[in-house]
Write a protein that binds this ligand. Structure first.
Ligand SMILES: *Cc1c(COP(=O)(O)O)cnc(C)c1O
Length: 398
């Protein structure tokens, strides 16, 4: 009953020396006692030798901190970028970027974007700051070319999207952006730098909610952005330090610790997800499976070109309606019924009444977010146990 697979089925390539970089970049043995791990520097302020002469580059922790600096160097390396800024949440990273746009300018954003991003843009960027936002289906790059005007300053890409796992051709969209001198941003939360490095595909800025796979244990809320251009970094840093959404030093320590196992976790979760998606496709009580790593995904060729694997998020339609779906989720024993994703434990949810409940019903239907659509974040448990749990619950629900 458990589908047999080979590594090349679910991983198309691997980034060079990923774990070596995750374990060592920015993380040198400390100089006084030789402690192997980067210390947690709690001091908010730094003594100066004379006015205007600090001991090193740090003067006040909102603007810079040694523990955070070590983590930022590491994340920048993993995203193949020169610079990184970290935040108290993915949303703080997102608003820091959007807030470099000015009154009267325009943003193009993918229509299937993370709910919090859409909420910030609709309620603050548009209403309070006078910046126009066009929500466009950019899975067809032609739609981007059509929407661009001389006011367009930023294109916001998220791929794979949530919960319908559509794929945006990053290279094609960033090429259009570059030609028109427009900044391109990719939300890389679902794929992680292990499976996708947007900068290699032409993106100016990559943003991550570290709350998900980077943290990986559902116990830290965290965000980051990376970029390569120094002048752009200076603008973003000015925005970040002015708005003040810096992360706690404890959280930086936890993220640094989690990054050391990111490769192991993402590989295992991706393998589990591929096997699990194949199992779901073979189950007659499942109407349809959406998983970027399966040949049945309409953009599977693009996935293989742009990502190193299909990731660990799966969406599927249960045969029947909300009643069967609800019964199924209540009958599961190993999957936890909860929002969020990217942790070592498998989570399951119904987007229409949970993560995407605030999306208007007509927009939900248009995007395919119906009451029998289920989203799973596959963890690193034994996949046979996950399949058996789902098999029993599907039987009990129909
Ligand atoms: C969770 C999430 C965010 C927001 O991150 P927070 O850390 O919750 O603020 C942004 N984008 C995507 C794709 C997410 O899944």
């Amino acid at each position: 009953m458990i589908p047999q697979v080979q590594e090349s089925d679910y991983l198309y390539s691997t980034p060079k020396s990923f774990s070596t970089r995750a374990i060592h970049t920015g993380q040198h043995a400390e100089q006084i006692h030789g402690s192997v791990n980067v210390p947690i520097h709690l001091s908010t302020t730094y003594k100066q030798k004379a006015p205007g002469q600090p001991y090193s580059s740090f003067d006040y922790t909102r603007c810079g901190n040694p523990t955070r600096a070590a983590l930022e160097e590491c994340i920048a390396d993993l995203e193949h970028s020169n610079h990184c800024i970290t935040f108290s949440s993915g949303c703080a990273a997102m608003s820091c970027i959007i807030n470099i746009c000015k009154h009267g300018e325009q943003i193009i954003c993918c229509d299937d974007v993370y709910g919090g991003t859409q909420r910030y843009m609709r309620n603050f960027t548009v209403k309070n700051h006078g910046i126009e936002v066009l929500f466009v289906d950019i899975t067809d790059p032609e739609n981007v070319a059509k929407a661009v005007t001389e006011k367009t300053k930023l294109i916001w890409i998220e791929t794979p999207t949530n919960p319908t796992l559509k794929i945006v051709d990053i290279a094609a969209v960033c090429k259009i952006a570059k030609e028109k001198n427009i900044l391109s941003v990719v939300d890389n939360t679902f794929a992680t730098p292990y499976l996708q490095t947007p900068r290699d595909l032409g993106a100016d800025i990559t943003v991550n909610s570290g709350t998900k796979y980077m943290g990986g244990h559902s116990d830290v809320v965290f965000g980051s952005l990376t970029c390569n251009d120094k002048e752009l970094y200076d603008r973003l840093f000015f925005s970040a330090k002015s708005q003040g959404g810096c992360p706690s030093v404890f959280d930086c320590y936890l993220i640094m610790r989690s990054l050391k196992t990111l490769e192991l976790r993402v590989r295992q979760a991706t393998k589990n997800a591929y096997i699990f998606a194949k199992y779901l496709e073979s189950n007659p009580l499942v109407e349809k499976v959406i998983y970027p790593g399966l040949p049945s995904h309409p953009q599977h060729e693009l996935v293989k070109r742009q990502q190193r694997g299909g990731g660990a998020m799966i969406s599927f339609y249960v045969k029947g309606g909300f009643e069967e779906t609800s019964k199924l989720l209540k009958a599961l024993k190993i999957f936890t019924l909860a929002e969020s994703l990217g942790g070592v434990e498998s989570l399951i949810e119904v987007p229409s009444v949970m993560t995407h409940g605030s999306v208007p019903a007509d927009v939900r239907n248009q995007l395919g977010i119906t009451d029998n659509l289920v989203r799973v974040s596959i963890g690193i448990e034994n996949v046979e146990d996950l399949i058996n749990d789902m098999e029993d619950a599907l039987k009990a629900s129909h």
